[in-house]
Structures are given as structure tokens and as C-alpha cells.
Design a protein around this ligand. Structure first.
Ligand code: FES
Length: 137
């Protein structure tokens, strides 16, 4: 997990979500952007040319922080701004998706896997998708 300020901070109860199919914990009341940063996500989405994007304004204005999110109980992924979306227990999140064609031509890359047991504790990153108009939240 990434570094978090802990002195004099009262955090909400733990919630569970997945990021690129990897189980992640966050604290109720946190934004999705904070939870993703805490879990070392640095590429939130990609432009049509594949350029990596990440939060810039952190106040809902720039749309650089968009990630694909399926709300709890839904299998439909929609673009949401991570900086103004609170984490929810059971949320599924995909990062690194191309804004213009998030669902097609994806390439799954597994990083952070153990050399001796690669199928047990890796992190999946979806990237390399082709252009398409984004599905609006
Ligand atoms: S970081 Fe600018 S809208 Fe989220």
C-alpha cells in the first residue's frame, strides 16, 4: 500500500473493492482517487494515442482522473471522475483504459507477480485499447 498520513486522522471503516480484478481495501469516505493512489495506481486512463493520464485538479474540473467503475451489484462499467467519487464496498474499478475505446483491443499485463508463484499475488493492468467514443457516466 502507498503512503498515507495517519497522525491525527480518523478514517472510516474499511471497504473492499477491486482494481483491475485485484482485491483492494480503502476507507469509507475516501475518494476513489485517494484509494487508488494509496494502492499505488499512477495511470488512471489513457488518451486515444495511449498517453497515460492521472489526476490533475483533484476537484472535479479537468476529467484527467476518469476510471471505469462498476457500482456494487452492477457489471456495467462507466467512466467516473475518481477525484469526486467516494469508494463503495463492492465497487469494481478498471484503470489504464483508453478514453476513446475502453472495452476493445485491451491488453492484460500482469505485474508485481512473484517469480515462484506468479498466479497467486499479481496485479492486473489493462492497457493498450483502441479509440472509441467514451460511454458517459
Ligand atoms: S483530477 Fe480533475 S476532475 Fe478529477
Amino acid at each position: 500500500m502507498g503512503r498515507q498520513i495517519s497522525d491525527s486522522i480518523t478514517r472510516g471503516p474499511s471497504v473492499s473493492l477491486t482494481v483491475n480484478d485485484v482485491p483492494v481495501t480503502a476507507c469509507a469516505g475516501e475518494t476513489l482517487a485517494a484509494a487508488l493512489f494509496a494502492n499505488e495506481t499512477i495511470v488512471f486512463n489513457r488518451t486515444h494515442s495511449g498517453e497515460a493520464r492521472a489526476p490533475f485538479c483533484n476537484m472535479g474540473t479537468c476529467f484527467e482522473c476518469q476510471v471505469r467503475v462498476a457500482r456494487p451489484g452492477s457489471s456495467t462499467y462507466r467512466w467516473l471522475r475518481a477525484c469526486v467519487t467516494q469508494v463503495e464496498d463492492g465497487m469494481a474499478v478498471r484503470t489504464g483504459m483508453r478514453l476513446d475505446k475502453p472495452e476493445e483491443d485491451g491488453m492484460a499485463v500482469r505485474t508485481g507477480t512473484r517469480l515462484d508463484t506468479p498466479e497467486e499475488d499479481g496485479m492486473a493492468v489493462l492497457t493498450g485499447t483502441r479509440p472509441q467514443a467514451p460511454e458517459e457516466a
